[in-house]
Design a protein around this ligand. Structure first.
Ligand SMILES: *Cc1c(COP(=O)(O)O)cnc(C)c1O
Length: 420
């Protein structure tokens, strides 16, 4: 199946007389004929026991997303933040270290730089433009992974996935890629060597601004049995001696994330949310195509306007990340662009207040056009130094271009520009 078809048909194929649409199994638990049957579930036999760990509706959506990314399994979470947290803690304990690119989502920077540090897991931030030697220089004996964003929110830098995967694999550690902005319709990091992919499904996957969610996808390609990941190889005391690699082979990472960390942290989505996420996934390919088309048109329009200082959009042939974008997301550079107006912060805020169609919201990547000032919102907690490293200037505006008619979007932008 092509990706457009997978968006519709993976995860749930109804049999004779079954519901046409994916059913919602809104139940906390599941019935079995005997205590012995239930006992087997606690020995990790297949089957659902409790909806903090798995649920049939959520599982169908997990299988669909795994198929879209080309992975062997997936785990849905209640938010993108929960997905990044679990993806890291699944292979890092106190005393461990990892490397992340500096132009990642602001919330992820806080998680890595403050909260994980308090738990004893440290992170070194490096430029996504670093050379192989510069990346390798940050890898210590206790480094457990490298983390980056395929298309960074909001810096819009494009990650050279192959370069990072190469260095990671040379050091026997995995590459985790946050693929939220391109979605698997535009970019499939596993095809370029990423081992684990995560998403905030809150963005394009849901696409309608109706629910927060996340997902972790396992490529099944990484060899965990290399001496660095005892938690995946040695017996798990919390599961009477299960050895994930021995018992689950290629699915070791994603099984452990579910049965150990999801069991303990409990950030599993409700069936109704998975159902709503699935509605978003069914039209993902159409929406992402239109978002990319509209965003490119707006980027071109702004790029030649006298009041605009610069535009960041990797779909523009003048953008420094154009070549990487052509390689990793040839079908389009997604719907988000950022730009700076001459005049800095105050002009930026005045422009934003003059927009009428595009609303000021703390959101991005949805069907309706919206706008945000990162320095006063999502990235408010960052220092000036961190802001600069994340590619954010005080006057930067993030515009998330929706799927309205392009004339209406451009008209709104044009009107607001005329007012400053
Ligand atoms: C929004 C976002 C997150 C965090 O996801 P939530 O669903 O808001 O928790 C992580 N990464 C990226 C790239 C995002 O855009």
């Amino acid at each position: 199946m092509k990706i457009e078809t997978k968006c519709l048909h993976e995860g749930y194929q109804p049999g004779n007389g079954d519901p046409r649409a994916m059913p919602i199994y809104q139940s906390t638990t599941y019935t079995y004929d005997s205590a012995e049957e239930i006992g087997k579930l606690f020995d990790l036999a297949p089957g659902h026991m409790y909806s903090r760990i798995s649920n049939p509706t959520v599982e169908m959506v997990e299988n669909k997303i795994a198929a879209l990314e080309g992975g062997i399994g997936a785990l849905c979470t209640t938010s993108g933040q929960a997905a990044s947290l679990i993806s890291i803690l699944n292979i890092c304990s106190a005393g461990d270290h990892f490397v992340a690119t500096s132009t990642i989502y602001g919330g992820t920077i806080n998680l890595f730089n403050v909260t994980l540090r308090r738990l004893g897991v440290s992170c070194t931030f490096i430029s996504g433009d670093a050379s192989e030697e510069e990346i390798a220089a940050q890898i210590q004996p206790n480094t457990r992974l490298i983390f980056g964003e395929s298309l960074a929110n909001p810096a819009l830098t494009v990650l050279d996935i192959e370069k990072f995967a190469k260095v990671a694999h040379k050091h026997n550690i995995p590459l985790i890629v946050d693929n939220t902005f391109p979605t698997p319709v535009l970019c499939r990091p596993i095809e370029f060597g990423a081992d684990i992919v995560i998403h905030s499904t809150t963005k394009y996957m849901d696409g309608h601004a109706i629910q927060v969610g996340g997902v972790i996808i396992d490529s099944g390609n990484f060899n965990w049995d290399n001496g660095k990941y005892p938690e995946l190889v040695e017996p798990d005391a919390s599961y009477h001696g299960t050895c994930y690699v021995k018992d689950f082979g290629k699915a070791a990472y994603i099984v452990k994330a579910r049965v150990q960390l999801m069991r303990d942290f409990g950030t599993y989505p409700a069936a109704i949310n998975a159902f709503l996420l699935n509605l978003g996934l069914e039209t993902l390919h159409l929406r992402v195509e239109r978002h990319s088309e509209n965003a490119l048109a707006v980027a071109k329009f702004l790029n030649i306007n006298d009041k605009v200082e610069f535009v960041n959009y990797p779909g523009l042939s003048t953008d420094p990340y154009y070549t990487l974008a052509q390689k990793y997301m040839p079908g389009g550079a997604s719907g988000v662009l950022s730009f700076s107006l001459k005049g800095g912060r105050d002009t930026a805020l005045a422009f934003m207040e003059s927009l009428t169609l595009a609303k000021n919201v703390v959101h991005v990547a949805e069907v309706r056009t919206c706008v945000l000032h990162p320095a006063s919102a999502t990235h408010r907690q960052l220092t000036d130094e961190q802001l600069a490293a994340a590619g954010i200037t005080p006057g930067l505006i993030r515009l998330s271009v929706g799927i309205e008619h392009i004339d209406d979007i451009l008209g709104d932008v044009q009107n607001a520009l005329a007012k400053i």
